[in-house]
Design a protein around this ligand. Structure first.
Ligand code: FES
Length: 203
């Protein structure tokens, strides 16, 4: 009897953890499945499909832009100015000393943050190739976000022949650098790459 009781006690003691283990394993399996279920959309979000990537970049054909002209395109909801500079305009921009600039940083997404705002550093794209004719800028005034004038034919270009923001009178030069007025920074250079001599991809 004593031995039987001992056996029964031992049996009950071994069955009890088994049920707990089952519940634990079952619970862990459900939680694991839920975790995997939650992970799938998370991974999906981390791998945007081609259509999303296409929205974040923009290819622009430059073949119709003549020297001295500029165009405006939209990229990620923002205007981007693209100016084809003449040889004289390039020379004027290159002659400006960084020490004379209000903002000495290149503000070029293709270069490190502390790069100086030489003309050379303002026309460098993501492939590090130099295309001095082509100046590519995000066309949003760095003061309070107005869109500066100077891209369309006949628009006022300000005292430095680049762009003029009529909201509070900021003047940008032929490399899009702030030279006069309340704007604190140069117009930013977006990430871009030349795909050929006459086409670029922004973004
Ligand atoms: S927003 Fe351009 S000068 Fe104020």
């Amino acid at each position: 009897m004593g031995a039987d009781s001992g056996t029964q006690v031992t049996s009950a003691a071994t069955e009890e953890p088994s049920r707990r283990e089952f519940i634990h394993i079952f619970g862990a399996t459900i939680a694991g499945a839920a975790g995997v279920g939650a992970l799938v959309p998370l991974i999906d979000q981390m791998n945007p499909d081609a259509s999303v990537r296409a929205l974040s970049t923009k290819e622009v054909d430059l073949s119709a832009v003549e020297p001295g002209q500029a165009i405006k395109v939209m990229w990620q909801g923002k205007p981007v100015f693209i100016r084809r500079r003449t040889a004289e305009e390039i020379k004027m921009a290159e002659e400006v000393s960084v020490g004379d600039l209000k903002d000495a940083k290149a503000r070029n997404a293709n270069l490190p943050d502390d790069t100086p705002a030489t003309d050379d550093n303002r026309i460098t794209g993501g492939d590090a190739a130099k295309h001095p004719e082509w100046l590519i800028l995000v066309g949003v005034c760095t003061h309070l976000g107005c869109i500066p004038l100077g891209t369309a034919q006949g628009e006022v270009r300000g005292d430095y022949q680049g762009w003029f923001c009529p909201c509070h009178g900021s003047h940008y030069d032929l490399a899009g650098r702030i030279r006069k007025g309340p704007a604190p920074e140069n117009l930013p250079v977006p990430p871009y790459t030349f795909l050929s001599d006459t086409s670029i991809r922004i973004g």
